[in-house]
Design a protein around this ligand. Structure first.
Ligand SMILES: Cc1cc2nc3c(=O)[nH]c(=O)nc-3n(C[C@H](O)[C@H](O)[C@H](O)COP(=O)(O)O)c2cc1C
Length: 215
């Protein structure tokens, strides 16, 4: 295997991020950017984000999860509490979220602290999911070794029978997390590699320090 990828070369020239247009709140900027990315089209899941945790084995690990809600209290996603990431966040609640939106040549990186959302909120979201996804959450011991795909499919069949005509409760091991941001970095691609990078660092409630970072 030997691939030379040096000819991949792209100039970024779609947008800019200047100090004069910075809102006081990074949540406001995030929300604007998100809306613009959706409106520009070409990104099927603008809410897909990379969640990086510090693993119990000492290695950081990054994987995609879907952002399901955001407001000034936090960024919410759902997963299995007993998965590799769930166990990692139990020990170290400091995590990183990042978004790459190629349609507008943007990246957002958020550092924050994660905590579980209330059981009620997790129940409400779980109840809104299609039955197949609800059963899938029960069927999967996420991140554990499984002997074969057939084991999973058999489990789904027996769960489908078990809950036939019944409401499916949320598994105790599955629910939401909310990330409270401490720092946002907004990255906007610009020509000649002179990209815009603006960092917001939380000082106290509703007070953020902004700086431009060198690209
Ligand atoms: C587009 C996409 C969306 C995903 N969304 C989620 C999600 O919302 N929650 C989740 O637990 N896993 C999601 N996954 C799977 C995770 O990336 C990961 O494989 C899984 O959570 C197990 O991670 P862990 O073993 O590090 O805990 C998604 C994967 C992709 C590619």
């Amino acid at each position: 295997m030997n691939r030379d990828l040096t000819s991949y070369r792209k100039s970024y020239d779609k947008k800019a991020l200047e100090e004069k247009e910075l809102p006081v709140s990074p949540f406001f900027l995030f929300s604007n950017w998100f809306k613009e990315v959706e409106e520009a089209g070409g990104v099927e899941e603008a809410n897909a984000m990379t969640l990086t945790t510090s693993g119990l084995d000492g290695f950081p690990k990054a994987r995609i999860v879907l952002l399901k809600h955001f407001d000034e209290n936090g960024f919410v996603f759902y997963t299995n509490y007993e998965s590799e990431k769930g166990k990692a966040m139990e020990v170290n609640s400091k995590i990183c979220l990042s978004f790459f939106w190629p349609n507008l040549e943007r990246q957002v990186i958020i550092k924050g602290e994660v905590k579980k959302i209330s059981k009620k909120k997790s129940d409400d979201y779980f109840n809104s999911r299609p039955r197949g996804s609800q059963l899938g959450a029960w069927a999967s011991e996420q991140s554990n070794i499984v002997d074969s795909r057939a084991v999973l499919e058999d489990k789904l069949v027996s769960l489908t029978e078990k809950y036939e005509g019944k409401e499916i409760p949320r598994p105790h091991f599955w629910g939401g997390y909310s990330v409270e941001p401490k720092e946002f970095e907004f990255w906007q691609g610009r020509p000649n590699r002179l990209h815009d990078r603006i960092r917001y660092v939380k000082q106290d409630e509703n007070n953020w320090l902004t700086n431009r970072l060198s690209p």
